[in-house]
Ligand binder design. Structure first.
Ligand SMILES: CC(C)(COP(=O)(O)OP(=O)(O)OC[C@H]1O[C@@H](n2cnc3c(N)ncnc32)[C@H](O)[C@@H]1OP(=O)(O)O)[C@@H](O)C(=O)NCCC(=O)NCCS
Length: 187
């Protein structure tokens, strides 16, 4: 592998004013990698940017979205976090919608987004673990998550169906410090 210096990126929690840039990144990602998402491009492209702002609160206050910004403040990557309201589910955080602008891939931006999310998650009281679902054929993303400490615990057959073709999801978990021992399949 030709190693390049990692991209100089600023990771920040997205705010309402980032919604248009987030929509541009998201629509482009849905178009180029439809099987990586649950929402289809044709539906998403009609949505106004402001609806995404509901996902942009601060860590500890609800769902949050992290953005990766270049030094000229261009949003080139993002990652979503949410946590159920239900008391018996509050110990699990979910990562979703991880995406990096195609022109900025393979520079460690997704890795930096994951590391920042884990650092935020470690500060959230009562949170034991992070979970996510990833398309089984998306080997690059699976490797990315494994390097960040995620382990596969299951498989959801035909989790998304696109033009009649089902795509399985691998279910992955990343215990946080203090998490009780999890009964995971041997890797
Ligand atoms: C999957 C995705 C998020 C990865 O983003 P990324 O920023 O390219 O990820 P990283 O750069 O952290 O790592 C990707 C690869 O680049 C390599 N890399 C990272 N920094 C590098 C550097 N400085 N020099 C060379 N290679 C590097 C990593 O080792 C990794 O290699 P691998 O694919 O052989 O395992 C991105 O490709 C994407 O948005 N895909 C479409 C949407 C998607 O699939 N999202 C996942 C949903 S679960």
């Amino acid at each position: 592998m030709n190693s390049r210096p990692p991209a100089a990126i600023r990771i920040a929690v997205l705010r309402t004013e980032d919604a248009p840039a987030y929509k541009r990144l998201r629509d482009a990602s849905l178009l180029r990698a439809p099987e990586a998402f649950s929402t289809d491009y044709a539906t998403a492209v009609t949505r106004p940017p402001i609806i995404y702002a509901a996902r942009f609160s601060q860590p500890g206050k609800g769902p949050f979205t992290l953005g990766a910004f270049t030094d000229d403040d261009r949003l080139v990557g993002s990652l979503g976090f949410e946590r159920a309201e239900a008391l018996f589910k509050r110990h699990i955080g979910h990562i979703n919608a991880v995406m990096v602008d195609v022109h900025f891939e393979r520079q460690g931006i997704a890795r930096q987004l994951l590391e920042a999310c884990i650092a935020h998650a470690e500060q959230l009281a009562g949170l034991d673990m992070l979970q996510l679902g990833v398309t089984a054929s998306n080997e690059r993303a699976v490797r990315l998550y494994q390097r960040a400490g995620f382990r596969i615990f299951g498989r959801e057959p035909s989790a998304v169906k696109i033009h009649g073709v089902g795509h399985d999801h691998l279910l992955m978990v990343r215990p946080l410090p203090g998490c009780p021992a999890l009964n995971l399949p041997a890797s």
